[in-house]
Write a protein that binds this ligand. Structure first.
Ligand SMILES: CC(C)(COP(=O)(O)OP(=O)(O)OC[C@H]1O[C@@H](n2cnc3c(N)ncnc32)[C@H](O)[C@@H]1OP(=O)(O)O)[C@@H](O)C(=O)NCCC(=O)NCCS
Length: 180
């Protein structure tokens, strides 16, 4: 694919960092995953390739399968979930997705912490890269991926929801990515 997005996101002012715990969800916590994901889609549906209506209709077995095949880390402050990221293994690489931070917790470095958690996990598994896809005009996400060393793979991923927009796939070479 020849097309490549040219993006120069500006950096927002960093806010003080509150204490968040980051933990991987256990299989029994599928309903928390469902709740968080539907909340994220309700808040920021336009950046994800999914709709809250479609995912709300999925059965429990779908969410159980996600936790059986992927690792989901959730950041919490006290008991309140503040963000999440998903890692899915593929042949030779890992895929990072479903990255979402509650609007009240943004610009404090939490997404970076979650991504670095996924990066460390991918390294331990022996992956050489972590891939993910992003809308080219999603400035915060593009800036985050770039700061972790991500480069576009050249693949443009068509979206199902809503149709017509393209996501760019980016790859973080794990040998060059910062460590936590
Ligand atoms: C994208 C998102 C996860 C970033 O979360 P965050 O916790 O605010 O990000 P961080 O504080 O860790 O900042 C990460 C980088 O993004 C930059 N950034 C954050 N918000 C930004 C904004 N509004 N504009 C430009 N850059 C921004 C930060 O400056 C930082 O860059 P640096 O590493 O070069 O300093 C969050 O905005 C979000 O959940 N958005 C909606 C869902 C989404 O877009 N998910 C990603 C789908 S691919």
């Amino acid at each position: 694919m020849a097309r490549q997005a040219s993006i120069q996101p500006e950096s927002p002012q960093k806010q003080p960092q509150p204490q968040h715990d980051i933990e991987a969800l256990r299989p029994a916590q599928w309903s928390l995953l469902r709740e968080l994901r539907l909340h994220a889609l309700g808040q920021d549906g336009t950046v994800f390739d999914a709709s809250p209506e479609t995912e709300a209709a999925l059965p429990a077995s779908y969410w159980q399968e996600v936790l059986a095949t992927s690792t989901i880390w959730v950041a919490t402050a006290g008991d309140a979930p503040a963000g999440m990221v998903r890692y899915t293994p593929h042949d030779g690489y890992g895929h990072g997705g479903s990255l979402w931070i509650d609007p009240h917790g943004r610009t404090r470095g939490l997404a970076r912490r979650l991504m670095l958690t996924a990066v460390d996990h991918a390294r331990r598994r022996g992956d050489s890269e972590l891939r993910g896809s992003v809308l080219p005009d999603n400035r915060p996400a593009v800036r985050l991926f770039r700061s972790l060393g991500a480069v576009p793979t050249g693949w443009l991923k068509p979206r199902n929801h809503p149709p017509h927009a393209l996501r760019i796939e980016m790859s973080i070479p794990l040998s060059q990515c910062p460590r936590t």
